[in-house]
Write a protein that binds this ligand. Sequence first.
Ligand code: FES
Length: 158
Amino acid sequence: MTDLQELYQQVILDHNHHPRNFGAIQNPDCEAEGYNPLCGDHYKVYCTLDGDKIKEIRFSGEGCAISKSSASIMTEILQGRSKEEVLRILDAFQKMIKGEELKEEDEEILDKAAVLAGVKDYPMRVKCATLAWHTLKAALEAFEKKEKTVPVISTDKE
Ligand code: FES
């Protein structure tokens, strides 16, 4: 393992043991629950919004180290971002996890989520890494449709 891979692994383990922004938001503007039917792991993602921006984003639930650290990193990098930026980051994250080529601006906007790039070499873990991100997308789409809570979404179609 290279020094960089080791560092990335340490960051992932740190987020798993000490997840950031963990716990529900009371009265969020939007929320959704995501579920991985392969393992039963599930997370809820909650947001409050300030106009076009995410004011606060938190998550709760249970899952493996990859899914929990991915959710934790996601909440860290999306705090205060505009919806347009969030969609760009979501798109870049999907591309990175699927091993697609990234533009320089994709790499910049991914920030510390880049520590999860190695997941692309483990297809069985892709659903773990993207679970919270799919869930956030569902929550924001529900807000656009003026629905506060959306049903559990499954990631089995990926
Ligand atoms: Fe269930 Fe990773 S093993 S989300």
